[in-house]
Design a protein around this ligand. Structure first.
Ligand code: C2E
Ligand code: C2E
Ligand code: C2E
Ligand code: C2E
Lengths: 73, 73
C-alpha cells in the first residue's frame, strides 16, 4: 500500500512541523510543487514515525488522526 | 545528475531488449504510461549496466551510443 500524505491537511497541523520540514525537503529535491499530495517511499515510514515521536504503529495512528495519511500501511 | 531514459529511442534498439524488460517492470510498478521518458533511481544504474553486459562506464557509454540516455551520470 502506498504512503500518501495530504499536504492540505498537513499544513493545518502545527504539532506536525517536523513532518512539514521533512516533506519540504523532498518537495525541493524533486521540484514537485503540486501542493496537494505527496507519495513517499515505503522506506520513509520509519523516519516519518520517528519525527512524530514514536514507533511505527504510534506514528501511523497519529498521522491518521491528523488526517494527513490519505493512504498508508 | 538524473538518470533519464528515452523510451522512444529504446524501443528501436533490438539488442537493448533486457533493458526494455527492466524498464517495463518499473513502468508497470508505477502505472506510469507517459511512454516518452523514464527517470530511474541512481541506485538502478548498476543493474542497468549489468543488463547491457558490462561495468558502469561501459554500460553508460553503450546507452549513450544508442541514444537511450537523455541525461545521465
Ligand atoms: N514515479 C517514481 N519516480 C521515481 C521513483 N524513484 C525514482 N524516481 C525517479 O527517478 C529520479 C531519480 O531518483 P533518485 O536518484 O533516487 O533521486 C531522488 C531521491 O534521492 C530524492 N527523493 C525524491 N523523492 C523521494 C522520496 O519519496 N523519498 C526519499 N527518501 N527520497 C526521495 O530526490 C531525488 C530526486 O527525485 P526526483 O526529482 O523525483 O527524480 C527521481 C524520479 O524522477 C519512484 O518510486 N516512483
Ligand atoms: N505530483 C505528484 N502527484 C502525485 C504524487 N502522489 C500521487 N500523485 C497523483 O496521484 C497519481 C498517482 O501517483 P503515483 O502513485 O506517484 O504514480 C505516478 C508516478 O509513478 C508516475 N509519474 C507521473 N508523473 C511523473 C513524473 O513527472 N516523474 C516521475 N518520476 N514519475 C511520474 O506515473 C504515475 C501516474 O501518474 P498520474 O497519472 O499523473 O497520477 C498521479 C498524480 O495525479 C506525488 O508525490 N506528486
Ligand atoms: N528501483 C526502482 N524502483 C522503482 C522506481 N520507480 C518505482 N519503483 C518501485 O515501484 C513502487 C511504486 O512506484 P510509484 O507508483 O511511482 O509510487 C512511488 C512514488 O509515488 C513516490 N516516490 C518514491 N520515490 C520517488 C522519487 O524519487 N521521486 C518521485 N517523484 N516520486 C517518488 O513514492 C511511491 C512509493 O515508492 P516505493 O515505496 O519506493 O515503491 C515504488 C518502488 O518500489 C525506480 O525508478 N527504480
Ligand atoms: N511520485 C510522483 N511524482 C511526481 C508526479 N508528477 C510529478 N512528480 C514530481 O514532480 C517533478 C516535476 O514534474 P513535472 O513538472 O510533471 O515534469 C516532469 C515530467 O514532465 C518529465 N519526466 C521525467 N521523468 C519522468 C518519468 O519517469 N515519468 C514521467 N511520467 N514523467 C517524467 O520531466 C519532468 C521532470 O520529472 P521528474 O524529474 O521525475 O520530477 C517530477 C517528479 O519528481 C507523480 O504523479 N507522482
Amino acid at each position: 500500500k502506498k504512503l500518501v500524505l495530504s499536504l492540505d491537511a498537513l499544513r493545518t497541523i502545527d504539532p506536525a512541523e517536523p513532518v512539514q520540514r521533512f516533506v519540504q525537503s523532498i518537495v525541493e529535491a524533486r521540484g514537485d510543487f503540486n501542493g496537494r499530495v505527496l507519495s513517499l517511499r515505503h522506506d520513509d515510514l520509519k523516519a516519518l514515525c520517528t519525527l512524530v515521536g514514536g514507533d511505527i504503529p504510534t506514528g501511523v495512528a497519529q498521522l491518521r488522526s491528523w488526517g494527513v495519511l490519505i493512504d498508508g500501511p
